[in-house]
Design a protein around this ligand. Structure first.
Ligand code: ZN
Length: 160
């Protein structure tokens, strides 16, 4: 008879420790396994870096934050520090360094200007709830990862 050895593992999604039931288990829960699919690779990478750099911040991925009428999924959030970090894809959020305001985004069926307005409103509503919201452009993160991490670390740690 095989003995089931309980081994502590780190959840691939939320980075908390859990006792695995079988050796191929990567996530602490079904919930984490499902949520993992909606997280982009750079988002997961940034989360992993931040969790490593600032282990005392309770960073979470894709957490739903209730706002006035509806709510938003925050890319990365620390509830204790009231910090939200949004990793914006350059195409998906029409990086103003790359797109003109009248650019039409076919997937979103909106112009760049409308997308910026929506993103600003979202940021404003989250700030009204007391969060400090930082936006990181995916292209900046891939090109100058260390600088982005330093900036975030200084800002994030600068808040009491
Ligand atoms: Zn987990």
């Amino acid at each position: 008879m095989k003995e089931i050895k309980q081994v502590e593992k780190l959840c691939d999604f939320c980075k908390t420790h859990f006792l695995r039931v079988h050796h191929s288990q990567k996530f602490c829960s079904i919930e984490c396994k499902v949520k993992h699919r909606t997280v982009s690779k750079p988002q997961q990478a940034l989360f992993n870096e931040l969790s490593f750099l600032c282990p005392y911040n309770d960073f979470q991925l894709e957490k739903f934050v209730k706002c006035k009428d509806s709510g938003y999924h925050a890319d990365i959030i620390s509830e204790s520090k009231k910090i939200i970090i949004e990793l914006h894809g350059d195409y998906w959020h029409c990086n103003p360094n790359k797109y003109e305001s009248d650019f039409f985004h076919h997937k979103k069926k909106k112009t760049a200007k409308e997308i910026w307005e929506f993103d600003n409103l979202r940021k404003k509503q989250l700030e009204e709830l007391g969060y400090n919201v930082f936006v990181v452009w995916a292209s900046d993160y891939s090109k100058t990862q260390n600088k982005v991490l330093d900036d975030l670390k200084n800002n994030v740690l600068g808040y009491k």
